[in-house]
Ligand binder design. Sequence first.
Ligand code: KG4
Ligand code: ZN
Length: 336
Amino acid sequence: MKKNELILAIETSCDETAVAIVENGTKILANAVASQIESHKRFGGVVPEIASRHHVEQITLVIEEAMKEAAVTWQDIDAIAVTEGPGLVGALLIGVNAAKALAFAHDLPLINVHHIAGHIYANRLVEELAFPLVALVVSGGHTELIFMQEHGSYEVIGETRDDAAGEAYDKVARTLDLPYPGGPHIDRLAHQGGVTIDFPRAWLEPESYDFSFSGLKSAVINTLHNAKQRGEELKAEDVAASFQASVIDVLVEKTARAAEQYEANQVLVAGGVAANKGLRTALEKKFTQLERKLIIPPLSLCTDNAAMIAAAASIAYKKGRRADMALNGRPSLTLM
Ligand code: KG4
Ligand code: ZN
């Protein structure tokens, strides 16, 4: 009998150096993540040059950690997967070169993975995917609604026209003097405050599944600025709650409309903002009402990790899709 398929995956597109080993695309044997958040915090955001340096320092250690955690040898590994893009070019290159070196040294197939495909496939580590499905991807760099008819087929039906949801969270957090990344802090404050300010909701054209968050972000900044000039004290908790309500309304409503129109068997949520408690609760409520299956991965699989890259790579591996030694990091890679 053939032994189980083991894929070692590497993810270095932003500020996490991550290596995972996953069995049959669904079972996590190791999921090691070295976060750089502390190093970027004092700059209020990810500094690309610093990210690359950290990846170089960490990558071999994290690979060793994952191999040890999974208790496997190189003979057990069937393929090496890596995030090809999108992301920071200098950061991507560290992962891609590490993956190529491992594939060459151990004579293993190399599989390139799109970062967003990875985020979507984080859901496969929770439950086997059932098609057709609609996925809401909300992270620091992306806000997209994606329709999938089958494995590996992605139709972007909506995307942000300006800021990503996570980006809006981080910018509003900075205005409120909260540390980077601001998303979790706004989430926490929102639960201590009330929706006292009616911030705008960008519905765009009635049929559109696109998003826009820059108007909301400006509205929050202007409201804070005007209150300050008038000498009024706005409670940060109320600002956070009002901002979060506006983001969640639009995300939930558009996802629900897409799920209905595309008759989705499953609705998947992915990306760092999927860790948001308010969003999770609102989505659960909505899809219980609509009687549609909703999957939201645990927090550790929502933020950047390599297990999700291995889960996506497993499908490509079975289809025989391989990358060669010309593989490069592609910062603006589109999802196809
Ligand atoms: O997917 P991710 O780890 O990295 C990217 O690929 O961008 O997402 C990071 C983003 C950050 O903007 C962070 O503020 C946001 O996810 N985030 C949250 C929460 N946890 C992380 N946003 C809102 N609420 C949260 N609880
Ligand atoms: Zn991500």
